[in-house]
Design a protein around this ligand. Structure first.
Ligand SMILES: *[C@@H]1O[C@H](CO)[C@@H](O)[C@H](O)[C@H]1NC(C)=O
Ligand SMILES: *[C@@H]1O[C@H](CO)[C@@H](O)[C@H](O)[C@H]1NC(C)=O
Length: 258
């Protein structure tokens, strides 16, 4: 998913569509996952996307993916977030940045994350985008993600005491040699926590995905949000919903771009 897509919402359509579900349920494949954070609906201009909290109040949405953590190792060795018009110190001088880093302190988003979770939704942090590379040490980075966003601790927590429900891997560069190790590390850290966490991925439609295929076949991934667009014959808007093989992980969401 690059950072300039038109508005896209991934709609999973396997079974239990008739069921009235409020909130996320991993056993039901009618969850709707929304990537929030790149102001994609407006192609980067006005009208800007609303703050995260506005989408928490939408009963159609079950999974919100905060998009993106796009630099894994920025100034001071800390990652860098980008949510377009939201919490960006280059556009809003009031947004605090942790000293010696480019990591923004987004307290409002922390409040919104908790609000979303109180509505039964899960909130995942999507790592990747068009340019990110997992070249840095997977051990250091997985521990850092746990400390900054989950049940670890750090003085530099962008969302304060809000705890995200997992991470999504959306790398679009090849040679992501450390992805599997990172995924394994996260799954191990998840087991040390007091709540349920998820690891998800966003492969492109052609199977297996050039960058994420090994991850999906070699690590445990809870859900996949498949990109049925920008992919030639796989493009849902041109050719309808193609077949995507069920592979070795537990849940494969079939997704529509709407
Ligand atoms: C779904 O359930 C909610 C909460 O129980 C209820 O308010 C709503 O009317 C239901 N929707 C449908 C379509 O049944
Ligand atoms: C600027 O950032 C501050 C601090 O995070 C926030 O309270 C305020 O709403 C932001 N202003 C705009 C226009 O986004």
């Amino acid at each position: 998913m690059n950072m300039s897509l038109p508005l896209w919402i991934l709609l999973a359509i396997l079974s239990c569509l008739a069921q009235n579900i409020s909130g996320f349920d991993i056993n039901c494949n009618s969850n709707v996952a929304v990537y929030w954070g790149q102001n994609s609906g407006a192609s980067g201009s006005l009208p800007y996307q609303k703050p995260l909290g506005a989408y928490c109040d939408d009963d159609n949405v079950d999974i919100i993916l905060l998009s993106f953590l796009y630099i894994l190792k920025g100034a001071g060795g800390y990652p860098v977030l980008n949510f377009a018009n939201i919490c960006d110190y280059s556009k809003n001088a009031s947004v605090p940045v942790f000293p010696g880093t480019e990591l923004m302190h987004c307290s409002d988003m922390g409040v919104d994350i908790k609000h979303c979770q109180s509505k039964g939704k899960i909130v995942l942090l999507s790592i990747g985008g068009a340019t990110a590379q997992l070249n840095s040490d997977a051990d250091t980075f997985s521990k850092q993600v746990w400390d900054l966003f989950m049940e670890g601790s750090s003085p530099y927590r962008p969302f304060d005491d809000a705890i995200i429900d997992g991470v999504d891997l959306d790398f679009e560069q090849s040679s992501q040699m450390n992805l599997i190790q990172f995924a394994n590390n996260m799954n191990q850290l998840y087991k040390t926590g007091t709540r349920k966490y998820y690891l998800t991925s966003a492969p492109q439609c052609p199977y297996p995905d050039a960058n994420l295929g090994n991850l999906l076949s070699q690590a445990h991934v809870d859900m996949a949000f498949i990109q049925f667009y920008n992919s030639g014959w796989c493009d849902n808007s041109k050719y309808g919903l193609p077949h995507w093989p069920e592979v070795s992980y537990s849940k494969c969401f079939r997704c529509l771009l709407i």
